[in-house]
Ligand binder design. Structure first.
Ligand SMILES: *Cc1c(COP(=O)(O)O)cnc(C)c1O
Length: 418
């Protein structure tokens, strides 16, 4: 059972002030989760989470995570600029990009960010862009093949396809990159890999860590470079469906610790700092898209038309993703009506739910679409001239703050040449 973090009375008050649709985030949930994560890795003295900015690129969110000790994982020029404007600079920025334009390397370098190179050819590109290589640098590894975890939990199988992914370097290339970077003056090295996304398993991070720790020990022996950090990147998932069990971050931290003590410590690498770049896990469950039912349509199926559309939340249209929906004030009603919940785009995939059992929906009801706090607003777009919604923050004291206003038609027209 999923319960919204805003009560029906709160939502009525909020919608009296801010028109639907909007995304709303839960400050308390985000902070408490960030503290659980920090606690789970507190055994590693250099540990830092670099929040994946692309998940929720909103300054108020970046700043509150910064207060909880998180840096920013940026992947583009504007994300770097946003981090800087939030007062997050230097080694509090990880720049994990790919197919990277030279000007982005220059800004990352000027900010003192840790640069994570996606490819061997980028060693020379980076040197050409900034005139040298930084003393501290990271390389992204791709082991190829198919990544699987032997076990399945509640029917959820972790399997992803690094061999089909465009990211990272082969085993031979990462050794060559380290050797060349060292010859060019780099002193501190890191390894990064992202093998599976939205993993609902406490075993993903420990399995990934074991692969990277062994690689680090081998690369140290092979190249002689000083490896000072390992970046486990993102990929820890969240339960979008009510029946799925959530990951246990303290069990994940303990699993990574076992791998650390079994592989890195015996290799004389017990001083290696661990970094994470979680996005979805940090904010996903702590966001709702709130939308109002404005039409009902009875044709071959029953449709509820809402005032949000895929431009506000693309995941169902793009990936067929499940997002749980509750009807505000009807949380305890029986789900005895079958609906498609649709937006207004001229695209038939603009549906937040298909054949979903929900309580009887009346026009004007507020629908809460759950788990939109990551890769929700941020994947928005302007198709059909649809405008991006506002973002609100439910503060710990119960007040609500506008942290991004809704776009207006003037915003949409600003770039046009008439
Ligand atoms: C998207 C991304 C992340 C965050 O992924 P989540 O699945 O949201 O945790 C981290 N690192 C990199 C390089 C990414 O591209």
């Amino acid at each position: 059972m999923k319960t919204p973090f805003v009560t029906p009375a709160q939502l009525d008050a909020i919608t009296a002030q801010y028109p639907t649709p909007f995304h709303i985030y839960d400050e308390r949930g985000i902070r408490e989760n960030a503290r659980r994560l920090r606690e789970a890795f507190a055994w590693n003295p250099g540990y830092r989470e670099y929040f994946a900015v692309k998940a929720t690129p909103t300054p108020a969110i970046l700043k509150l995570l910064h207060e909880e000790g998180c840096g920013c994982d940026c992947s583009s020029l504007t994300e770097l600029m946003m981090a800087e404007r939030c007062g997050i600079t230097g080694e509090e920025i990880m720049f994990s990009s790919n197919d990277t334009p030279a000007e982005e390397f220059r800004l990352a370098d000027r900010l003192g960010a840790i640069i994570n190179l996606d490819d061997l050819t980028l060693v020379d590109c980076l040197e050409a862009a900034v005139g040298r290589v930084p003393e501290k640098v990271c390389c992204r590894y791709n082991p190829g093949g198919v990544f699987t975890l032997g076990e399945s939990r509640e029917g959820f199988q972790v399997m992803d396809n690094p061999g089909e992914a465009k990211y990272g370097m082969t085993r031979a290339q990462i050794a060559e990159a380290f050797t060349r970077l060292a010859a060019m003056g780099a002193k501190e090295f890191g390894i990064h890999a992202f093998l599976a996304s939205n993993t609902l398993s406490n075993d993903y991070y420990p399995a990934l860590a074991r692969i990277l720790f062994q690689l680090a020990a081998d690369l140290k022996a092979e190249t002689g470079v000083h490896i000072t950090f390992i970046n486990l990147s993102g990929g820890v998932g969240i339960p979008y469906r009510p029946e799925q069990p959530a990951n246990d971050i303290s069990a994940i931290g303990a699993g990574v610790r076992r791998a650390y003590e079994e592989v890195l410590v015996p290799a004389g690498m017990g001083d290696v700092a661990l970094y994470t770049e979680l996005g979805r896990f940090m904010t996903g469950p702590y966001g709702h898209l709130v939308t109002r039912a404005i039409h009902e349509k009875h044709i071959y199926k029953e449709y509820i038309g809402v005032d949000a559309c895929a431009a506000n939340l693309m995941r169902p249209a793009m990936y067929g993703s499940y997002h749980h929906i509750t009807v505000s004030g009807k949380e305890d009603w029986p789900c005895d009506h079958k609906y498609d919940v649709a937006g207004s785009l001229c695209e038939n995939n603009d549906k937040f739910a298909v054949d979903r059992m929900l309580p009887k929906i009346d026009m004007g009801d507020l629908l809460v679409i759950h788990d939109t706090g990551a890769h929700g607003f941020s994947m928005g777009y302007n198709y059909n001239g649809k405008l991006r919604s506002a973002e609100l923050l439910l503060k710990e004291d119960g007040s609500v703050e506008l942290i991004r206003r809704a776009e207006t038609p003037e915003d949409y027209f600003r770039t046009l040449v008439w």
